[in-house]
Design a protein around this ligand. Sequence first.
Ligand SMILES: [Fe+2]
Ligand SMILES: [Fe+2]
Length: 245
Amino acid sequence: MTQLDPQLFCEEPARDERFVVVTRWQECNNLPDGHPEKECEFFHRQLNEEINGLENSARCLTDFPEADWELRMCIARQCADEARHVGMFQDMLEARGGHIGQYPVMNFQYTIINKIDTLIGRLAVQNRSFEAEGIDAIQFGIEEAQAKGQDDIAEFFDAQLADEITHVRYSNEWIRTLVKRDPRGFLQMARALTSSAIAFRQVMGSGGMAVRYGVDPAIRIEAGFDPEEARAAAEHAKASRNLQG
Ligand SMILES: [Fe+2]
Ligand SMILES: [Fe+2]
């Protein structure tokens, strides 16, 4: 099993006794497509990821009290959005007969991101990377739900998508402002992105690294990426999926 480098992760966040916490993708309940519990497990996993999103944003507020007030307000709004998403996923899970603690969960988003010691680094990894990729996954989820006639799921993802786009957009805008103010921010972001990419690979192993989603450049642009970045992300995703065959 892949070894995790303790230098790349912080301590686990608190979870009550209902949760079974694991640290690697292969320890999760990775059900095959078409499995009757696949949807339940997905909502359960997402619920905990949204808790991670809330915790990460809250830690940005407590760890960087000197940040600009307007940026802190964006982060505070994100806390409120992520808390709402947790509730939405819990509702979806319970409506299908599932319950909290039914499957193992991972807190890698928390343990990777809170090891980063700069706010610009955390925004680059959490919002500009993990959440930007989350947008691709949600877009895929909307199309899949529509194709299956699951209107409630499509509407739910649509509401979540609108929030996640604002999270990625404000981080893109603030990263530009912060780098203009202090170009060392570039190096801080590069350091954070490099260490988090290594850590992510350790968590996921070869089994969890499959790229399932394409990138829609128009949504990336709406989320504050410039057209060249959006085009490059779309091409990279396409090349990765082709490599997987
Ligand atoms: Fe969210
Ligand atoms: Fe978010």
